[in-house]
Write a protein that binds this ligand. Sequence first.
Ligand SMILES: Nc1ncnc2c1ncn2[C@@H]1O[C@H](COP(=O)(O)OP(=O)(O)OP(=O)(O)O)[C@@H](O)[C@H]1O
Ligand SMILES: [Mg+2]
Length: 381
Amino acid sequence: MYLGRFKQSGFRNLAFLDLEFDPHVNVFLGENAQGKTNLLEAIYFLALSRSHRTSNDREMIAFGQDFASLAGRVHKRQLDLDLRIVISKKGKSAWVNRVEQARLSKYVGHLNAILFSPEDLELVKGAPSLRRRFMDLEFGQINPEYLYFASQYRQLLQQRNNYLKQLARRQASDQVLLGVLTEQVATAASELIWRRYRYLADLNRYAAEAYRAISGQREELRVLYRPSAKEITAADQPAQIKQKLLDRFAEIVDDELRRATTQLGPHRDDLEFQLDGKNAHLFASQGQQRTIALSLKLAEIQLIKQLTGEEPILLLDDVMSELDQNRQAALLDFIHGQTQTFITTTDLDGISQEIVKQPRIFYIHSGQIIEKEEGLNGRRR
Ligand SMILES: Nc1ncnc2c1ncn2[C@@H]1O[C@H](COP(=O)(O)OP(=O)(O)OP(=O)(O)O)[C@@H](O)[C@H]1O
Ligand SMILES: [Mg+2]
């Protein structure tokens, strides 16, 4: 699939835009703080109805404006479709082919996008919340049920936490209600955890392949799910996961009442990356971390292809200059001219000639985007 026409207004510092993207490679060249990341964020938001860098949607509305509007035409093998999403101060609304979608989980997935940014290098050694966010964004866009249960889980978790606080402050005393909330939380949690295991199994396989290809070594990358309820295993069905969660909740009830917050579940789970069986969180070098992060992104492309039969679009924010020639070449191998790619950079010099053989080049300056007519001829050496 690829994104053809793209229109936007009111998104961060971007000027009103009406652009036609290249089905292959689009390069956005501009100095710092001109709007490069904002543009990729806008495209990502059009695809996922979420930003990769903030969970506060209002932040993305241009200063002094009331709403931001993004629209794009997606070309797939069998059909084309129009997507539109509007962020207002009250929330967001989304349309597919001019039909408003009652739920965002019905909207997400029509355009698949993988974004790779320097922050992704934190994925290995950074906070667990980054790895959970990674799973939620990636698995949410390939499975509407995942998105549905994730949003249900968020709401139920909040209710349960609020109720635990009321119990702790003695503003409530009804343990039966707590039991009902626990049951509901455990149901949504089990559906979520079960899907995470399922998609991780595939991701694991592709990531290991990509890691081998990029590193040229025989180091084996493995991605493991680390549930906060340690009894849960990859072989469990949702009903078993739920039961294990309920058993554990029964054990820790006093602790939860004291801390007035839910101690177990998908919001406390984590991923572990291993190289040859060793925890990469502890041992991986900078280069290894970079290769792991890149392998994961490439694995996602494969996973989306496997599940949808379509290539996702790839957004590379300022990462080409961070990758050496070998890693750029590995990336190129994976894309091999089929994946529509958006690259931002402050300088064309860091980018392998091969990748930008015939790109469409745009300049970004103060949120304005202008296409460069003469291709790469003006390239400085
Ligand atoms: N809601 C908003 N309304 C208007 N401008 C915004 C908004 N949010 C961010 N900006 C502005 O957008 C600019 C940053 O744009 P962006 O992050 O896209 O830069 P960039 O080109 O990616 O820079 P770098 O090369 O440093 O990564 C900043 O000047 C910031 O003030
Ligand atoms: Mg940027």
